[in-house]
Design a protein around this ligand. Sequence first.
Ligand code: DX5
Ligand code: ZN
Length: 224
Amino acid sequence: MTARTVRIAPSLLSADFGKLAEQLAMLEAAGADWLHVDVMDGQFVPNLTFGAKVIETCKRLTKLPLDVHLMVEQPEQYFDSFVQAGAATLTIHVETAPHLHRQVMRIKELGVMAGVTMNPSTPLETVREVAAEIDLLLIMSVNPGFGGQRFIPSSVAKIQRARQLLDGVGSRAVLEVDGGIARDTITACWQARADTFVAGNAIFSAADPAAEVRALRGLCQAHA
Ligand code: DX5
Ligand code: ZN
């Protein structure tokens, strides 16, 4: 049997912006796989974060693929500029995309990975019709808007159902989980067959963030 992929994606939201270059270099050296970039517009979610300028800055500072999570109304407004700034994935919320199929196809046309996600209270069913088209499915395990929130336990069963949905359409899309991922929650998500783990608070508030990246990966590998 081939080993399953584990990807650890530290979330920029929790980084220390006063020493961003240093922190990104440290994460890269620690073997982080992606850098998760949370774009919030203060409308879809009650918080405001980054735009193209910050994505561009990260692109200059790190080789890590930039995993861009769009928590914004009308996400299509930002596709072109964010791809130009260096995004490797663009993940949109079903709640903001009534024409989900069109937006997924547009992201693919731009040559980056097309991701979809939904709030914890939104049924997984909302992505069924595009499941065969997407490159990434993100399960939100907190209500989006802030780092450092508690993992919602019912997310584990949702991850399991998400994997079944992807398998059912023959998709090899990335199955990512975002929110409250730490040493005490990652194993259950991995066992539910998620492969990519966003972690903000757990990594950046650790005394040794590099060791935390390795520890999170190690917990998955230990339960292969
Ligand atoms: C929440 C964001 C997350 C956040 C995760 O709205 O989408 O990516 O940064 O942070 P932690 O790991 O601290 O829950
Ligand atoms: Zn996120």
